[in-house]
Write a protein that binds this ligand. Structure first.
Ligand code: PEP
Ligand code: MN
Length: 263
């Protein structure tokens, strides 16, 4: 179902005034984690001014260490909705457990399935039973085929609205957090009708490399990007080193328009 054997026409995810997989490059931006309402809304207003169409933010943040900040959970989801009301942006947020799908469904416009949950098949089926778009991140060590089979779990339940997200994979390289597999973009375009976006923030772990890879992603044919933006990265509760300041994000958006024109 994810392959283009049965369906050749590209799948376009319809979010009303925003469409993913069409002509426009759709940019999702916001902090890794929702920290408080004031900062979240001011980040939202700023990324909107720069041209982002979708607001990201994590409310459930199970981290590599169980002692690190774990997210504001439902309070965070409520703050997200305040961000949507203030800006009109659509929302994407991660759901990490089948027990939370119903709750997150009440607040978000797009479910995010994190890299670590790409093969949590029960979770995939559960979001497959809703009719809401699902952003499916590639697993840390998943092949493209395994990633597409994970998408298959969602579509098999009746939900066709899957957006694939390349976010870097584990390699022997240690100078970046992960290795961005940009070749996945044209490969997916060849074998699947699903839209594919790129997350240069988690791929590199370093804000300095984010603009170059974001531009590369657009040049290779990605349908969009998801980028971490924080008002003051050194104080971020999560993923500060890879977060762009709003001004740098604004400049990048201008640069991306030029790249998009030439592909
Ligand atoms: C995130 O988007 O904040 C995140 C946790 O990403 P990933 O699942 O790709 O590590
Ligand atoms: Mn993050």
């Amino acid at each position: 179902l994810a392959s283009n054997e049965l369906q050749q026409a590209p799948t376009i995810i319809d979010l009303g005034d925003v469409k993913i997989g069409g002509k426009e490059i759709v940019v999702m931006a916001g902090p890794c984690a929702i920290e408080n309402e004031k900062d979240f809304i001011s980040t939202a207003e700023s990324v909107k001014r720069s041209g982002a169409k979708i607001l990201r933010g994590g409310a459930f943040k199970p981290r590599s260490s169980p002692y690190a900040f774990q997210g504001l959970e439902e309070d965070g989801l409520k703050i997200m909705v305040a961000g949507r009301e203030a800006t009109g942006l659509k929302l994407v947020t991660e759901v990490v457990d089948t027990r939370d799908v119903e709750l997150v469904n009440k607040y978000t416009d797009i479910f995010q399935i994190g890299a670590r949950n790409m093969q949590n098949f029960r979770l995939l089926s559960e979001v497959g039973m809703t009719n809401k778009p699902v952003l499916l991140k590639r697993g840390l060590s998943a092949t493209i085929e395994e990633w597409l089979m994970a998408a298959e779990y969602i579509i098999a339940e009746g939900n066709q609205n899957v957006i694939l997200c390349e976010r870097g994979i584990r390699t022997f390289e240690t100078m970046t957090r992960n290795t961005l597999d940009l070749s996945a973009v044209p490969v997916i375009k060849e074998v699947s009708h699903l839209p594919v976006i790129v997350d240069p923030s988690h791929a590199t772990g370093n804000w300095k490399y984010v603009p170059a890879l974001a531009k590369g992603a657009v040049a290779t044919g990605a349908d969009g990007l998801i980028i971490e933006v924080h008002l003051n990265p050194p104080t971020a509760l999560c993923d500060g080193p890879q977060s762009l300041r709003p001004e740098r994000f604004g400049t990048l958006m201008d640069e991306l328009r030029l790249v998009a024109q030439s592909v």
